[in-house]
Ligand binder design. Structure first.
Ligand code: SF4
Length: 152
């Protein structure tokens, strides 16, 4: 999988102290994006799932956030990674709305294995700096229970 980098000890990417895995590549091109260097697919470096797990184990956190970029752009690699992270608390950030993701069987499988989803593109005109975790008011934080309701 192509990743920008792996960051230890973030307090702004979900509940608690988290290790953040940043996927390379994003098709959404939101105006005002905080991370436009993530848009290119050739940024960062290639990682195997084993390499990611080794780095995470070295850091020692069981709270993992997967962000980007757009993680669902590398859907098969994302599915393998989420499966390999079983037992961790996993938050996932995506520019897609969950309603779009539910149309795809592999995306549904991924959603069934995570603990929180932050969905939707960043919309500059809806920016609210008082929000936690997300940047604009259209973006939702969906808990595991809410995800299960969507999945039916
Ligand atoms: S989805 Fe996120 S990374 Fe992609 S353009 Fe929008 S704000 Fe930037």
């Amino acid at each position: 999988m192509r990743l920008l980098h792996i960051l230890a000890d973030s307090v702004v990417d979900g509940p608690g102290l988290r290790t953040v895995i940043f996927f390379a590549g994003c098709p959404h091109q939101c105006a005002g994006c905080h991370n436009p260097e993530s848009w290119a697919m050739d940024g960062g470096a290639d990682y195997t799932v084993r390499q990611v797990l080794e780095q995470i184990e070295g850091i020692g956190s069981r709270r993992i956030t997967i962000s980007g970029g757009e993680p669902f752009l590398q859907r098969t690699a994302l599915a393998e990674l989420v499966h390999a992270l079983a037992g961790c608390d996993i938050y996932l950030f995506t520019g897609y709305r969950i309603e779009q993701l539910l149309e795809d069987a592999q995306a549904r499988q991924i959603l069934s294995q995570i603990d929180g989803l932050v969905d939707g593109r960043y919309i500059k005109t809806l920016h609210d700096s008082s929000l936690s975790i997300r940047g604009s008011t259209n973006q939702r934080i969906l808990t595991r229970e809410q995800l299960q309701t969507f999945l039916g």
